[in-house]
Design a protein around this ligand. Structure first.
Ligand SMILES: NC(=O)c1ccc[n+]([C@@H]2O[C@H](COP(=O)([O-])OP(=O)(O)OC[C@H]3O[C@@H](n4cnc5c(N)ncnc54)[C@H](OP(=O)(O)O)[C@@H]3O)[C@@H](O)[C@H]2O)c1
Length: 217
């Protein structure tokens, strides 16, 4: 299947957590790591997040770098939970928002479309069908996709062996087992089935560590 090259960006604690149990995630990493994260966005055609991240964080998902074009913002939102008042919707006429969903009718759907959000009716297959979404993105010119989380969406791409690169920013803090994990369930029953990557870069970013991994094919 033709699909974009897919990079997973992780900004985690030492114990691989991306948010507190209450959803709070600002800020885990320091300013240098966050600046690198914004540059990473600028190097991709599109950025994707799951519905929980879109609703809980109310992000803009822009680069905030002068002179850089913002990537298309891609949301996976089965039941159209994203509000037409969200930061993503309010900025959709300036920077595209493509929302894969199973619901394309109703008041919120109309309001989101009025704001300029593109609703893409998507079949279900263990959540929204990511195979369908990846083919669609490829067909519409998205050659590189940055998956920014959360853990549930990251796990779905990993289950399909669709993560080619991991860019990992790791802060020297520990958030504990009741916090939210960077990768959701994979359902592995044998160590041979573990998702394997080669580390190809490692460097300090202030107090944080940056690591880059490529999938072993
Ligand atoms: N530190 C960081 O770098 C970072 C980055 C991103 C997020 N976060 C944090 O992570 C937390 C959210 O993560 P999360 O794991 O709860 O949720 P998530 O991955 O952001 O969103 C998951 C939701 O996306 C929707 N979805 C639709 N199709 C899917 C598919 N095929 N596979 C997976 N999900 C699909 C589902 O909701 P519906 O059924 O409603 O569609 C699913 O529950 C937030 O607290 C956020 O702050 C941290």
């Amino acid at each position: 299947m033709a699909r974009p090259r897919i990079t997973l960006k992780l900004a985690t604690s030492l114990d691989g957590k991306i948010a507190l149990a209450n959803g709070m995630s600002e800020w885990i990493t320091g300013e240098k790591a966050r600046a690198e994260g914004r540059k990473l966005r600028a190097r991709h055609d599109a950025i994707a997040v799951g519905a929980n991240t879109a609703v809980l964080d109310n992000p803009q998902l822009t680069t905030r770098i002068d002179g850089e074009e913002d990537p298309v913002r891609v949301i996976f939102d089965t039941n159209l939970r994203l509000s037409w008042r969200s930061n993503l919707a309010r900025t959709a006429k300036k920077t595209p928002v493509w929302l894969f969903t199973n619901v394309t009718t109703g008041e919120n759907a109309e309001a989101l479309e009025m704001q300029g959000v593109r609703l893409l009716k998507t079949p279900l297959n263990d959540g929204l069908d990511l195979g369908f979404a990846m083919s669609f993105l490829h067909e519409y010119g998205i050659a590189s996709l940055l998956v920014e989380g959360g853990g549930t969406l990251a796990a779905s791409f990993l289950r399909l062996d669709a993560i080619d690169v991991i860019e990992w920013f790791r802060a020297p803090i520990i958030l504990g087992g009741d916090s939210r994990g960077s990768i959701g369930d994979l359902g592995l029953e044998n160590m041979n089935l573990a998702k394997r990557f080669n580390r190809i870069e490692i460097r300090d970013l202030g107090d944080d560590l940056y690591e880059r991994y490529e999938r072993i094919v």
